[in-house]
Ligand binder design. Structure first.
Ligand code: IN0
Length: 432
């Protein structure tokens, strides 16, 4: 918490958002009766895997919350198997291909994940997820099984493909296909669940292209951000069709002497991701239910904020680049309707335009991709400029933020001083 405040010290409105989120946000009102032990355990798992996203799921309306929670945990289980390099391919392939069938095997658990797998315990207690899965309405179960089947088989195809293991993703078409398996299918499944719940129209599920784009935009952003992390685990998701324009090997991008190539390659892959934005906005514009809207919009605005931060940022090749917690919280609080969300997209694509420079080989294409966001807003929300979003620069917020920042800075300075004094005392003790 203290470090989140420190990160946002020069962004008073983020300090206000952090305080608002931490202390003044009403907690989710639904309570699970204590006798429903397996459901309680599922929500505990959800909270362990992803804190901020878990609260967005918990705020979903009654008719859809449990189905999404279980869908999320099932996918997390499948992903844990796919990621685990300690499981041999002979074992991994059938596990992935049959994972959808295990959803009907009461009592099934798996304790062979590597000790370092973050979600190892989820598979150790997977019987709990299965039990709750079997309590869902039949139509929800069918969607989850169908998507898990398609995704598990797609993942298995990639996991056993020798060329993929050696060179990684080859063409831009492969890039889209891999992202379709691991994320586009999630979008397609979610749209079906929304429509079946009756909270959204059937049309949302029929337009699978839009649902797919929602997933591709998120997954491509993750892949761009995780360049270094993935490479160190010998995973190669940046398509060769893109990086081979600049270097002979994907790993060269992080080497000294390749800085300009690395930045231009980063622009090319970011441009590839930006192309999904109009579809994502069109999808979000079709959503009617408020809780589903926030659930879908929050990851999307995080993704565009991340892309704006990654663009022209050499740190992608040296460390993990992430948006500040304060910025995350500010975005979560803002995602209330399509006008707010479109404004956030416009804001970050304008950040990209400002960073863009004419020496970049993709200068024109990037300008055009960002221009399409402006165009989308003018066409679909013609009154967007007369719409007045919650003012960021509202004088009160600024003043409160400023005072709180000063106070936080003082506190941190004070705590640090105490800490140093204490360390000093400790080392004195040692030397005495
Ligand atoms: C998700 C997606 C997600 C949410 C809403 C609508 C979607 C439509 C299409 C595809 C995916 C959609 O959102 C989560 C967000 C998340 O987990 N964020 C993490 C941050 C992080 O970097 O991991 C957090 O801690 O807040 C998401 O990333 N994925 C996901 C998985 C399952 C479900 Cl049901 C929904 C993963 C992925 C690979 C992008 C599909």
């Amino acid at each position: 918490m203290a470090s989140s405040f420190l990160q946002s010290i020069f962004h008073p409105n983020e300090i206000v958002a952090l305080i608002q989120y931490k202390f003044f946000r009403p907690p989710p009102i639904h309570v699970i009766p204590p006798e429903q032990k397996t459901k309680i355990r599922c929500y505990e798992f959800l909270n362990e895997t992803s804190r901020s996203f878990a609260s967005v799921i918990q705020e979903l309306d009654d008719g859809i919350r449990d189905a999404i929670c279980i869908f999320y945990l099932v996918l997390r289980g499948l992903d844990t198997i796919e990621d685990d390099m300690s499981i041999l391919i002979e074992k991994k392939e059938p596990l992935l291909r049959n994972f959808h069938k295990t959803l009907y095997k009461k009592g099934w658990t798996f304790d062979e994940s590597g000790p370092n797998e973050k979600d190892r315990q989820l598979l150790v207690e997977f019987n709990v997820v299965i039990e709750e899965f079997l309590r869902l309405e039949r139509q929800f179960q069918d969607v989850i099984v169908d998507i898990t089947n398609k995704m598990g088989n797609g993942m298995a195809d990639y996991a056993k493909d020798a060329a993929h293991n050696k060179y990684g993703v080859m063409t831009n078409k492969d890039f889209d296909l891999y992202c379709h398996y691991v994320a586009g299918l999630v979008g397609i499944g979610l749209s079906s669940l929304f429509s079946i719940s009756g909270l959204e129209k059937p049309e949302l599920a029929n337009d699978t292209e839009l649902s797919n784009s929602m997933g591709l935009f998120l997954q491509k952003t993750n892949i761009i951000r995780d360049y270094l992390d993935d490479l160190s685990g010998n995973r190669r998701f940046w398509p060769k069709e893109i990086w081979s324009i600049y270097v002979a090997d994907l790993a060269d991008l992080k080497k000294p002497g390749y800085e300009t190539k690395a930045i231009n390659c980063l622009s090319t892959i970011i441009l590839n991701a930006l192309q999904h934005i109009p579809d994502c906005l069109t999808y979000l514009n079709k959503i009617q239910n408020r809780s589903i809207f926030s659930f879908c919009a929050i990851p999307q605005v995080m993704a565009i904020a991340t892309l704006a931060l990654l663009f022209k940022n050499y740190n992608v090749y040296t460390s993990v680049v992430k948006i500040r917690k304060g910025e995350t919280v500010k975005l979560i609080l803002k995602c209330t309707d399509i006008y707010e969300v479109a404004n956030i997209f416009r804001y970050y694509t304008r950040v990209i335009i400002q960073k863009n420079d004419s020496k970049d080989p993709n200068f024109m294409k990037i300008s055009m991709a960002c221009g399409k966001v402006e165009q989308w807003c003018q066409t679909n929300l013609p009154d967007i400029d007369s719409y007045s979003p919650q003012q960021d620069n509202d004088i009160m917020i600024f003043l409160i933020g400023f005072i709180l920042s000063a106070f936080a800075a003082y506190l941190l300075h004070y705590v640090n001083q105490e800490h140093l004094d204490y360390q000093g005392r400790e080392s004195l003790d040692v030397f005495d």
